[in-house]
Design a protein around this ligand. Structure first.
Ligand code: UTP
Length: 227
């Protein structure tokens, strides 16, 4: 059976409007994928995390405290996805990798947030992928793949359909550090995947149909990273 890890970006989960319709559609697709694969999902914090981090920073909080606020919001989002899964997923988000592995022995789907200060949930998903020997990792974010430059700022940016792990590491190296950064994939996570040679597919998570194809290892619109 395939073991698939999904890094579900907060930018996909936390939108302005009520996310319940999207979450129901997503949960249905995830349940279908989990009939053929063990599924581990790591939820990001998105806008809600950045809201708390910005306010906490303005109030003079230390980076570690800001990271803990970020982690709490990722766990809150994990609870929302667990709720949408209607009994299909482990009812409590694991607090660390060991708990996630244990939960995976009893449930078809495990949903968790961040685990420790200093990284993002992309890095958590990469470490979890290594720990559970994942067949693939899928990063569901708000852009449809890795681009030559930021497509939200540069109209000439081009999507890169395929790249090597080494190319991804180079692309994301030197991106922002400190609580609350956002990039196509966390540089720490990219290094972990390069080391253990786990393939990564980056897709726009707002298209549930396309995300499902990526989770199933089928052709999809996005960027495939492999060694
Ligand atoms: P995210 O993984 O959501 O970061 O964690 P992000 O870059 O904002 O990603 P998107 O936009 O959701 O895709 C939010 C913040 O929580 C803290 C970090 O400060 C991070 O920036 N965090 C998260 C940790 O410190 N450790 C973790 O394990 C996870």
């Amino acid at each position: 059976m395939d073991v698939v890890v999904l890094s579900l970006g907060g930018s996909v989960l936390v939108k302005d409007e009520d996310p319940s319709a999207y979450l129901s559609e997503l949960a249905q697709a995830l349940a279908e994928v989990s009939s053929n694969a063990k599924l581990y999902i790591v939820t990001g914090g998105g806008r809600i995390a950045r809201f708390y981090i910005r306010a906490g920073r303005a109030l003079g909080a230390a980076e570690q405290s800001l990271d803990m606020m970020g982690i709490d919001t990722t766990r809150l989002n994990a609870r929302l996805v667990i709720t949408a899964m209607k009994g299909h997923a482990c009812p409590e988000p694991p607090r660390d990798y060991e708990e996630a592995v244990r939960a995976g022995m009893s449930y078809p789907v495990v949903v968790m947030g961040g685990v420790a200060p200093g990284v993002t949930t992309d890095a958590v998903s990469a470490r979890l992928a290594e720990r559970v020997g994942a067949t693939r990792l899928v990063n569901a974010t708000s852009v449809d793949g890795a681009y030559t430059s930021d497509p939200k700022k540069d109209v000439c940016a081009k999507r890169i359909p395929r790249m090597s792990h080494a190319e991804l590491v180079k692309l994301v190296s030197g991106t922002a550090k400190g609580a609350g950064p956002t990039t196509v994939f966390d540089p720490v996570g990219a290094e972990v995947l390069a080391r253990c040679r786990i393939p990564l597919t980056i897709v726009d998570g707002r298209s549930v149909r396309n995300l499902k194809l990526a989770l199933e290892g089928k052709d999809c619109v996005g960027t495939v990273v492999s060694s």
